[in-house]
Structures are given as C-alpha cells and as structure tokens.
Ligand binder design. Structure first.
Ligand SMILES: NC(=O)c1ccc[n+]([C@@H]2O[C@H](COP(=O)([O-])OP(=O)(O)OC[C@H]3O[C@@H](n4cnc5c(N)ncnc54)[C@H](OP(=O)(O)O)[C@@H]3O)[C@@H](O)[C@H]2O)c1
Length: 364
C-alpha cells in the first residue's frame, strides 16, 4: 500500500500558471527528453497503442496508456458530444502507478493536457529567430496555453497577437483574460486583437495578418482547413513562419491546407532533413491526421521533434537544418504522445509534493 496523491484542476492550474520562465524551460526540457526517449531511445516499443472510440452519442473518447521504468498509467480524455451541456472543453483523468503497480497519483487531465500539448508546440517556436507577429486559431484551452506560454517565454519580442475563432465572443473573453494576466505576469507590450470571421472583409484581413505572421498556432478541432496555403506562401513575404497544428487528431479533422504540407516538403534538400514536416509521432500523424490523409504525404517526409537533436549532430552540412529550424517554413503537426502525459504528470506531482498541494490518501 502506498500514498496516493489526488490533484484537482485548480491545484494543477495554480502550479502551472505560477512557473517562472526558468521553470517553464525546465518543464519543456523534461518533455523534450521524454520525446527523445520515445523517438531515438528505446521507449516507443514499451508504449501500448492509444484507443479511440467515437460513440454514437457524439463523444470522442481517447484512451492513452503509457509506461516507463518508474511509472505506469493511463489518461482518458473525452470530447463531449456537441449536444452535451459540457460541450466546449475536453475533460478527463490521468491515473498513475509506480513500477510495482502501487497507485501513486490521480490527476484531473484538463490542465495537464492543455499545458503539455502547448509547451511541446512551443519547443520549435523557441528555435525561431523572429516572433514579432503571432496568429492563433481557436479560443479554447489549447489557444489559452499557447498564448500564455508564448508571452511567458518571448513576450518582450512579440508585437502583435491576433486571435481567430469561429465564435468571436469566446475569442474576446480569452483576450480579456490574457490581457489581465499579462498586466501582472509577463508585461508584454504586444497588441492583442480578435478577428470576427463574420466580417465582410474577413478573408482579406486574415490574408494580411498571415502574410506577415512569424508564428501561426492552430488549436481547432476543425473538419476543414483554417486558411488557404496561399495566404502564407506568398513570394513577397520577408520571413517564413513557424506553423503548428495540434487540433486535428482524426482523419476527418484537418486544420492545415494539404497544399501547405506539399509546399513544405518541396523544401527538402538532398543530404539534409531540413524542409520535412515536424511531428510528435510520425506514425500516428501520418495515419490519423486529416492533413496527411488528404495530402497523401508519406512518413518519409516527417521528422519527429525527438529526432532533431540527433540530426543536428549527424548531418555533415549543418547549415540547411539550422536555417530551417531558425528561419525556414517550419510546420509542426501534433496528435499527442502518451509518454508526455506521464512526464508532465510526474513533473506536476513532484511540484505538488514539494508545495504540499492536493489530497494524499494514505495507505491506498
Ligand atoms: N495534439 C494533441 O495532443 C492535443 C491535445 C489536446 C487537445 N487537442 C485537440 O486540440 C483541439 C483544441 O482543444 P481545446 O482543449 O482547446 O478544446 P476546446 O476548449 O473545446 O476549444 C476548441 C476550439 O476549437 C473550435 N472549434 C471546434 N470545432 C470547430 C469546427 N468544426 N470549426 C471551427 N472551429 C471549431 C472552438 O471554437 P468555438 O469557440 O467557436 O466553439 C474552440 O475555439 C481539440 O480538437 C482537441 O481534441 C489535441
């Protein structure tokens, strides 16, 4: 029998929102280490496949099991049916045991998922030379954490943030929240604005913002591409953007125009993996995202984030890879890696124990 730590959403939020820049970078290093152990270490073979069930009632149920030398567990996340009163947020639970199966933790999965997904999407963002102009699609938990983390990590370099969301009132509410947090926490001078998709000049306005965006974060469970590739790929632009897409994780979901994927991989040069599409999990991104289902781009054009460190060491001419990471058209597609839930949950539980947060059930 062991001591089981139970952490609710507000305790987890309190831990994550109060991390300093240095602590966020430590957290992101822990996630990167975990992705390396998955991509170039031995861990991939010890991860059971996730399970997805789409129920006739409309819920999408995701079961993500994970194992490591020290912990074993699973995360369950439900996207409620559109007709549910709970629609509009993902909900679920993470359960953790130690290596002997002794239960060690139960965590509400909402903040864990929001944070780990956004922080991993910001790893390539940290490689970039420029981040003056940001466009974020979506106004849910993912958009919120992408925005918070971008402000916490590079707030002094950001000049403009544009939020694009189907429901503009939700985007305005998200901005009000972030403006308030920014005024006391990160103190970025960036301007923040929401764009209403129902305005008559929406396409023109969106094109204008995307044509100068340095980072485009897509966080929408959409079934149609969020913008035409041509809005991003115009010859006249001064700098290429970093584009991340974490929202679609089933073949019928898509955020990025397949043409953007095609044009990205055209940049692959011989002797280097520069110009590939970056992913958290090559196999699942290729098999489960609408972007790959529709573009028919194969796994050979994908590099996992966890492989990049090894490529940096192994490529003879390091320039193309370096230029691509810092200044090239860099596209990241995420469907989630269960092992990162383990790493994030362990990191959160360690801080909670230090700060004596949560409820401990003794002799569970
Ligand atoms: N890659 C990963 O590891 C990972 C991890 C967590 C979540 N996700 C995915 O990321 C997405 C966002 O998660 P979240 O927690 O932020 O969810 P959320 O709080 O429910 O927000 C969903 C956002 O997507 C928009 N949206 C949903 N369906 C849409 C559609 N058909 N067309 C246009 N906009 C649509 C919503 O707009 P409205 O405000 O107008 O409703 C809202 O802005 C979800 O699809 C989720 O499954 C991926």
């Amino acid at each position: 029998m062991g001591n089981l730590l139970v952490l609710g959403d507000s305790d987890i939020h309190d831990i994550l929102i109060n991390l300093s820049r240095a602590q966020i970078l430590n957290f992101s290093d822990a996630l990167l280490q975990c992705l390396r152990s998955y991509s170039v270490g031995a861990e991939r073979q010890y991860q059971p496949a996730p399970g997805v069930i789409n129920r006739p009632e409309g819920q999408k149920c995701l079961f993500r099991p994970f194992t490591s030398p020290d912990s074993v567990g699973t995360k369950i996340v439900i996207t409620p049916a559109p007709t549910s009163k709970a629609a509009g947020a993902l909900r679920g639970i993470v359960t953790m045991c130690d290596a002997d199966g002794i239960p060690s933790g139960i965590l509400n999965a909402e903040e864990v998922t929001g944070y780990r997904t956004a922080l991993i999407a910001l790893i390539p963002y940290l490689w970039r030379n420029y981040t003056e102009n940001i466009v974020i699609f979506g106004a849910g938990k993912q958009a919120l954490w992408h925005l918070r983390l971008a402000l916490a990590l590079r707030g002094d370099e950001i000049r403009s943030i544009i939020i694009v969301n189907r429901t503009v009132s939700r985007a305005e509410a998200l901005l009000a929240k972030v403006r308030e947090e920014n005024s006391t926490r990160w103190k970025s001078a960036a301007t923040m604005q929401a764009i209403d998709p129902s305005r008559s000049d929406y396409q023109e306005c969106l094109k204008g913002h995307l044509s100068v965006a340095d980072a485009i974060f897509c966080t929408v469970g959409s079934t149609e591409p969020l913008f035409p590739a041509s809005y991003v790929l115009n010859d006249g632009r001064k700098r290429q953007p970093y584009v991340s897409a974490v929202g679609s994780w089933q073949p019928d979901m898509i955020e990025l125009d397949p043409e953007l994927i095609h044009q990205t991989v055209k940049g692959i040069t011989s002797g280097s993996r520069a110009g590939s599409v970056l992913a958290d999990d090559r196999k699942y991104v290729v098999e489960h995202s609408g972007e790959f289902a529709r573009s028919k781009i194969g796994a050979e054009h994908v590099v996992e984030i966890g492989e990049v460190g090894n490529l940096q060491n192994s490529e003879t001419n390091k320039k193309p890879l370096e230029n691509w990471m810092k200044d090239g058209l860099l596209v990241y597609k995420s469907v989630g890696v269960g092992l990162t839930d383990l790493a994030a949950s362990n990191a959160i539980m360690a801080i909670a124990k230090e700060r004596q947060l949560g409820t401990t059930v003794s002799h569970f």
